[in-house]
Design a protein around this ligand. Structure first.
Ligand code: BES
Ligand code: ZN
Ligand code: ZN
Length: 482
């Protein structure tokens, strides 16, 4: 838990102090005994404050952990999150029950980075791991006092981080636990007793009656109920039309009959990260009581392999009326999203649509793990998202949408094909183009979070293995700005 304090007291078990390389000693505003020790260390060259250097200092039995941030002109918000995470996870602070953090400045960007370095950087998934014995106090169990002169501005960041944590918990748990039914339950719990929020669920029966045949096809090999979960959040002015958020919620993506191979299948419980991010955003929007009219649409299914599974070569009539050639059953995300987008456009006529989806492996090849891919038909929408990305460090990189790409999803036997041509060229763009053709020219932005939603390494940037909650901070911030 983080509390704010205007001044350090040095009464906590430990103090974390950030120091820049070649910092003017005059700017080290600490009690004289501590200050003297630090200046000595620097003089002797024992501590240079190079990027990521940690140095424990004991003054009168109190631990002061110095964290080097390198040259302050080179410090990026991401680097500050990484340094904060490392300091908190380091052995030096493992026993501290309480910790005071003195930030490197009172600048809003730095304070946000430190808060998120703590709350997002030290998140660990250990529901199924026996707790290690010993006196280690996990970062989330520490009482943390952050020195901030203007705490009001930062309280909301704590709230938003809770939404990120919820999304991560959903993604990290087993695919057979976090089913479409579980999503429905979670949404029901979030919105119970809340004013101006209502829920509509399309189960298999309703999906059939309404003709969301792509959605049904994707789920055909599964024993579980497919679901379109629609939350209407009506706390904005009466005349404000909906902003629709649509999330890919494949609870497990085996690839279907185009079965995934090992190396690619093990983490596929992450394929509902788009829908999970929307749950995080919904939690935030409720907690912040945003005065907006919003739609949260979660397209839930399981892409399982079975005799009943849909087949490569099938042609299926979508909700929009367009027929789709199934060239590959592993390109299932664009199918359920196409029906979800068409259903949302037809029934709610939103002014803008943002979809979040772990859509293509190609996006990981193009952008890696640090940037979500953005494809849009509306530059104003893109600008807003890029601005929110810069504020939150939930990063986004825009990829092109151009007329010639339309050719790539043409089919000889149906209106459109769920695979690009040639097969793997610009896979992120052809998947986005497929979605675009179901938007009916509604301003739309597609976020491909295949690389950013789930970290497969032990550690990357300020994340450990597992879900990151990509998109939660971004969309929450976007909604506040617009
Ligand atoms: N869920 C995957 C994309 C993915 C890959 C997400 C890696 C997270 C990490 C998606 O459904 C998929 O399988 N896409 C295929 C599309 C191809 C068959 C055109 C892909 O990217 O290989
Ligand atoms: Zn797939
Ligand atoms: Zn998928």
């Amino acid at each position: 838990m983080i509390h704010f304090r205007p001044k350090p007291t040095f009464k906590a078990d430990a103090t974390l102090y950030f120091l820049a390389e070649q910092q003017n000693p005059k700017d080290i505003r600490l009690p004289p005994d501590i200050r003297r020790e630090i200046i000595n260390l620097i003089r002797k060259g024992q501590f240079t404050a190079k990027d990521k250097q940690l140095f424990p200092l004991f003054v009168k039995g109190k631990l002061i952990l110095l964290a080097g941030i390198g040259k302050s002109t080179d410090l990026t918000p991401t680097a500050l999150r990484i340094i904060t995470r490392q300091a908190l996870l380091s052995g030096f602070l493992s026993k501290a029950k309480s910790l005071e953090i003195i930030p490197c400045s009172q600048n809003g960007t730095d304070l946000r980075a430190i808060i998120e370095g703590v709350l997002i950087g030290t998140y660990t998934w250990n529901k199924y791991k026996k707790s290690e014995s010993g006196e280690t106090v996990l970062p989330r169990h520490k009482t943390i006092y952050l020195i901030a002169l203007n705490p009001k501005t930062f309280k909301d960041i704590l709230t938003v981080c809770d939404g990120v944590t919820l999304a991560r918990d959903l993604v990290n748990d087993n695919a057979d636990t976090i089913t479409a039914d579980y999503f429905e339950e979670t949404v029901r719990n979030l919105i119970s007793k809340q004013k101006g929020v209502s829920l509509k669920i399309l189960n298999k029966k309703e999906l059939k009656a309404e003709g969301l045949n792509l959605h049904l096809a994707v789920n055909r090999g599964s024993e579980r109920e497919p679901k379109l979960i629609i939350v209407r959040y009506d706390r904005g002015p009466e005349n404000e039309k909906y902003t629709a958020l649509i999330g890919k919620g494949i609870t497990f993506d085996s690839g279907g009959i185009n079965l995934k191979s090992s190396q690619h299948i093990e983490t596929m419980r992450c394929d509902m990260s788009g829908a999970a991010a929307l749950i995080g955003v919904l939690k935030n929007v409720l907690a912040l009581n945003m005065k907006r009219n919003l739609l949260f649409v979660m397209a839930m299914a399981e892409n399982a392999i079975d005799a009943k599974s849909y087949k490569p070569g099938d042609i299926i009539k979508s909700y929009s009326g367009k027929t789709v050639e199934i060239a590959n059953t592993d390109a299932e995300g664009r199918l359920i999203l196409a029906d979800a987008i068409a259903y949302t456009v037809k029934n709610y006529k939103p002014t803008q649509i943002i979809d979040l989806a772990t859509l293509t492996g190609a996006c990981i090849i193009a952008l890696g793990y640090d940037y979500s891919g953005l494809v849009t038909n509306n530059e104003i929408l893109a600008e807003g998202l890029l601005k929110a990305a810069a504020v939150t460090d939930d990063r986004v990189w825009q990829l092109p949408n151009y007329p010639e790409i339309r050719e790539a999803v043409k089919s000889d036997v149906a209106d459109i094909r769920n695979l690009g041509y040639p097969k793997s060229a610009a896979g992120t763009l052809t998947a986005a183009e497929f979605l675009r053709q179901f938007t009916e020219k509604t301003p739309w932005a597609h976020l491909d979070i295949a690389g950013t939603a789930f970290i497969e390494q032990r550690q990357h940037s300020y994340y450990s293995f597992g879900a990151t909650g990509a998109g939660v901070r971004l969309i929450t911030e976007y909604l506040r700005q617009k």
